[in-house]
Design a protein around this ligand. Structure first.
Ligand SMILES: NC(=O)c1ccc[n+]([C@@H]2O[C@H](COP(=O)([O-])OP(=O)(O)OC[C@H]3O[C@@H](n4cnc5c(N)ncnc54)[C@H](OP(=O)(O)O)[C@@H]3O)[C@@H](O)[C@H]2O)c1
Length: 310
């Protein structure tokens, strides 16, 4: 099985490449310099030369609330262009299998939790990441259209909940919630600070899966591709409040300070818990508990990220 993994240098991609069973496949993971997905000619030429059996599309322009709010046009265009280029070029090249990575941002902001795959496009999106979400929805629909239109190709979308773990971004500009919490609490602990600020009241709930578990789901998705539904959430089936994540990180890092809330900051959706009924029927579940995941992420942060300039 020859696999093209886009986004091989990103968090999802690097965890896939780090998975103990990845050697079962021949994986090509070109960087954006080697294969710029925004360049359709480069994508077509690459596929013609290497002829993979399956594509995992895990490249994207990904960022936290601040980055998304600052440049919604850029998030929409880059993710749309990358996605349409790889999916359309794969179809033209006759590649029969493709796994596209979606995001739980694709769900409407007022959709009832848990979020079920059929709810996509049933309401307004969360404004703080609308551009990103629109691109993700369009590319997942493109996968569906090709699958419906052609008997020779089957292009499916996995919709993971939030991910954290090794190879995460811990920079203040780009980081998601959990690495940001780890960085903030480690900073407070290292500098003897007695308070850590939480954006909003901390009661919004989030579902965070350890990235090694998503990698495992992807390995399984390659091995059991034919049984995969067209669109399928990958999640834990439970979530925690933002306050609870701060407390869990404080416990692992042994930080004894207090938390204060800045109620003027944006917090995003109140809750985003994906339904895992399809995932359960498909026969997969995540294995890493929160404390273990935070500990492994913190060890990675200390070894590779802490000394980097923000
Ligand atoms: N992280 C999460 O919590 C999460 C949750 C759900 C879904 N996802 C989805 O999973 C996918 C990967 O996320 P991630 O967290 O791994 O992102 P990431 O760490 O930011 O990595 C992004 C990847 O995309 C590549 N890339 C960016 N622009 C490119 C271009 N023009 N051409 C080719 N490659 C390009 C980057 O390559 P270079 O480094 O070589 O530039 C990098 O490998 C995204 O679709 C995201 O929506 C992520």
């Amino acid at each position: 099985m020859r696999i093209l993994l886009t986004g091989g240098s990103g968090m999802v991609g690097r965890n896939f490449l780090d998975h103990p069973k990845v050697d079962l496949f021949e994986v090509f993971a070109p960087s954006s310099k080697e294969l710029n997905l925004l360049d359709i000619t480069a994508v077509k030429n690459w596929l013609a030369e290497y002829r993979p059996d399956l594509v995992i599309h895990a490249a994207g322009r990904v960022g936290g609330i601040q980055a998304n709010v600052k440049d919604p046009a850029g998030f929409l265009l880059d993710n749309l262009d990358m996605g349409r280029n790889i999916v359309a070029a794969a179809n033209q090249a006759g590649i029969s299998k493709l796994i596209n990575l979606g995001s739980s941002c694709m769900y409407p902001k007022s959709a009832e939790n848990p979020l079920r795959e059929h709810m996509i496009l049933s309401g307004d999106l969360e404004p703080t990441n609308e551009g990103y979400a629109l691109a993700k929805i369009a590319v997942s629909r493109l996968c569906e259209y090709y699958t419906q239109q052609s008997s020779r190709c089957s292009y499916k979308t996995l919709i993971p909940c939030n991910i954290y773990g090794r190879f995460d971004s811990f920079s203040s500009e780009k980081s998601h919630l959990l690495p940001a919490i780890i960085r903030k609490i480690d900073h407070a602990k290292s500098n003897g600070l007695t308070q850590v600020e939480i954006w909003g009241d901390g009661q919004a709930k989030r579902e965070f899966m350890y990235a090694g578990d998503l990698a495992d789901a992807l390995v399984q998705a390659v091995m059991r591709f034919d049984q995969l539904p067209q669109n399928m959430n990958i999640g834990l089936g439970f979530d925690h409040s933002i306050n609870a994540y701060y407390q869990a990180v404080a416990a692992v890092l042994d930080y004894k300070g207090e938390f204060v809330h800045d109620l003027n900051r944006p917090v995003g959706m109140a809750r985003k818990l994906v339904a895992i009924d399809k995932q359960k029927s498909w026969g997969w579940q995540a294995k890493t508990d929160l404390s273990t995941g935070i500990r492994l992420s913190y060890e990675y942060y200390l070894e590779f990220e802490k000394s980097r300039p923000c």
